[in-house]
Design a protein around this ligand. Structure first.
Ligand SMILES: [Zn+2]
Length: 382
């Protein structure tokens, strides 16, 4: 598809944010371990730190995209709202951890003093953004939230995530009468929590493009491979697209056009949710993919086009990972330019220079497409 060939109306982007989310501090150590071996002079901040999001807020407020943005103040979620996705036992465990002053819930995932308030704000702010779209006040909304959420499963924390912000938004859309919701997750890691939450549902199509990292322990038993396709009524409605490490702009766009676009055309969602992590960029310490601003911009354009075609333009973007403190902000700016369908880049890429070898990605994507034709009932004809 060629986004430039379609006619677009200029929509404002509604950004939902609350500075209380900065109060989550996952500490320092060797990268995300929280540990000090005793022989290093400089320990680093946990990668999921407030600085990364301060720069995202700043670039949207002061960058060339700022005239296209309307800002909204976020709000905390009610405990009762969390139970639409999470179990009461798990929420009780988080509340208890907060009361006791903190806990490492799983590897690298620290709930410290101040974290729980930030978690509630991230969940509530995402719900507020979703509601804004569902109520028809705007079509394009972006929940600028942390801590991230897409690894959080109904009954456990995982990968710096406590509450599944996007999953809560999906459930709100369903509860508000939306028949079908699609989640496109381009964070470099598998959106296993969201997948798990809707694994038995044919009303929610979860699609995740990620690097080939596999399971990473007890908190993340899912593999992210193409055989994790859902169960029961949900069979076929969890589509994993593990891309070879090193996949860049061309490979991602190829995968979007060859796999994501036709799957969504068959599914016909009422709302599109784009779950975005800038950790798929070439410079991220936590990822091994090679997206640049140009790739993020194209993914934003394609997502906008899909929402215009299938969901009357209703598109919610939810923030997940992205750990390079500068480049994550730049890639966010570029992606949102795409979402706004601003076809001439507003902001130049200051550091894109990693090479991309597209060949292997094309081979893998074509293999996944054949697998879908052979095994996924609603995609036999794509
Ligand atoms: Zn990630």
């Amino acid at each position: 598809m060629d986004p430039a060939s379609a006619a677009f109306s200029r929509e404002l982007l509604h950004v939902f944010w609350h500075e209380g989310m900065l109060s989550h501090d996952a500490g320092t150590g060797i990268f995300d371990t929280g540990q000090d071996p005793g022989f290093l002079e400089v320990l680093e901040k946990h990668p999921e730190n407030a600085d990364r999001v301060k720069n995202m807020v700043s670039i949207l407020r002061k960058g060339p995209i700022s005239p296209y943005i309307s800002w909204h103040s976020g709000r905390p979620a009610q405990i009762s709202e969390l139970l639409s996705f999470h179990t009461s036992e798990y929420i009780g465990e988080l509340i208890q951890a907060d009361k006791e002053g903190g806990k490492e819930l799983c590897s690298g995932t620290f709930l410290n003093r101040g974290s729980w308030g930030a978690c509630l704000l991230a969940a509530g702010t995402t719900l507020q953004a979703m509601k804004y779209v569902l109520d028809g006040h705007g079509k394009l909304a972006y929940a600028l939230v942390r801590p991230p959420g897409h690894h959080a499963q109904p009954s456990r924390a995982d990968g710096y995530c406590f509450l599944n912000n996007a999953g809560l938004a999906v459930q709100l859309a369903l509860d508000s009468g939306c028949q079908k919701v699609v989640v496109i997750d381009i964070d470099v890691h598998y959106g296993n929590g969201t997948a798990e939450g809707f694994y038995r549902s044919n009303k929610v199509l979860t699609i995740s493009l990620h690097m080939n990292h596999g399971s990473w322990g007890p908190s993340h038993p899912q593999s992210g491979d193409i055989y994790e396709a859902g169960e029961g009524d949900g069979f076929g409605y969890n589509l994993n697209i593990p891309l070879p490490n090193g996949t860049g702009d061309e490979g991602y766009v190829y995968a979007m056009n060859k796999l994501v676009v036709p799957a969504i055309q068959e599914f016909k969602p009422g709302v599109v949710i784009l779950v975005v992590g800038q950790d798929s960029s070439a410079f991220d310490p936590n990822g091994r993919q090679c997206l640049t601003m140009a790739g993020y911009r194209l993914i934003g354009q394609l997502s906008r086009l899909l929402s215009d075609q299938h969901s009357n333009g209703r598109l919610l973007v939810v923030q997940e990972g992205g750990y390079h403190v500068t480049y994550s902000a730049y890639c966010l700016h570029a992606m949102l330019e795409g979402v706004l369908n601003l076809l001439d880049p507003l902001l130049a890429d200051p550091i894109a220079y990693y090479p991309e070898d597209k060949g292997f990605t094309v081979e893998v994507v074509n293999g996944i497409k054949q697998h879908w034709k052979d095994n996924i009932p609603f995609l036999k004809e794509i």
